[in-house]
Design a protein. Structure first.
Length: 309
């Protein structure tokens, strides 16, 4: 069985002689909320499934979105929001949270949030534990589709100006083996796109029209030319290959992997089985461990790649 080369980023500490000049520079870190920025409150999910009368095997947000009428969907959504509101009063900051955030702030590393929570618990956590720490943008449950879909991460990447050009008249066909990150080209000149770009385009096509526009759209410089008829509009799609996704769930790891980001699992007693998952690049036991990792240079683990069938 072959192994995928480990993901790497250049050290954030100052190094002389250009020793790490060949390594990509980290452009930002995206965080989950529950179980990542604060200690996990997994009891909420048991309560939510009880009030919705669904088993553990059914995803909560998928179930709500499948309800036939808008009133039913809103009633169900409000029932889980009530559980979250009650639980947010008991939020406890993750060990090492302040140390990591102070380090990232000092290094000028951009930070964003991508969560399946709704806005109020996120705002409560930031105002209680992270006053003065900048997170922009903050992607909550209101963004559709939620994790594990990568669209939210691509939206964040594009909002930071991290994009991959889309060739004119691009035709996208993405197979199950398509990968993202590390590609050296965007097309073959005939409207066909490289697998790395094709996978990003497929992810960006999901969600509402406004959300699709967030992940993929006309390049700003090209928009004016297209309006005057001087040139055909050139498009771009968010590219998260220079980002890290930090989370505690399979949804976090999968969203990160499919967006092309490196992934970091904050391990606990409930998610230890994800440490060896092929979507997990690195495992930490507390948030402040990430300081040393980034200072000396991020190096993910070698991940086995199953043979093609």
């Amino acid at each position: 069985m072959t192994r995928r080369a480990p993901r790497r980023f250049a050290p954030l500490k100052n190094t002389s002689g250009g020793k790490h000049a060949h390594l990509p520079k980290l452009q930002g870190v995206i965080f989950d909320v529950d179980g990542t920025l604060c200690l996990p409150q997994n009891y909420m999910f048991t309560q939510m499934r009880a009030v919705l009368n669904i088993p553990k095997t059914i995803d909560i947000l998928t179930h709500i979105s499948s309800l036939p009428t808008a009133p039913e969907r809103e009633t169900a959504m409000e029932s889980i929001r009530a559980i979250e509101r009650e639980a947010m009063a008991s939020q406890v900051a993750q060990p090492g949270l302040g140390t990591l955030m102070a380090y990232l702030q000092a290094q000028g590393v951009r930070k964003a949030i991508c969560t399946r929570n709704f806005e109020q618990p996120v705002t409560h956590l930031l105002s209680k534990f992270l006053v003065g720490v900048d997170f922009e943008p903050i992607v909550t449950r209101d963004f559709s589709p939620p994790k594990p879909d990568p669209a939210g991460l691509l939206f964040i990447a594009r909002s930071w100006g991290l994009v991959r050009d889309v060739p004119p008249d691009a035709s996208v066909s993405v197979g199950a083996g398509a990968s993202v990150g590390g590609g050296d080209g965007d097309g073959d000149g005939n409207g066909n796109v490289a697998p790395e770009t094709a996978a990003l385009l497929a992810a960006a096509e999901k969600g509402t029209p406004a959300e699709r526009e967030g992940a993929r759209g006309v390049k700003e410089a090209a928009a004016g030319r297209a309006e005057t008829g001087d040139a055909k509009a050139e498009e771009e799609v968010g590219d998260a290959s220079s980002l890290i996704m930090v989370g505690d769930s399979i949804d976090d790891m999968t969203a990160g992997r499919h967006a092309g980001a490196a992934t970091v699992l904050l391990v606990n007693s409930e998610n230890a089985h994800l440490a060896e998952h092929p979507h997990t690049d690195l495992v930490i036991g507390s948030l402040d461990e990430l300081v040393g990792v980034l200072e000396s240079g991020f190096v993910g683990r070698e991940i086995p790649v199953p043979p093609s069938s």
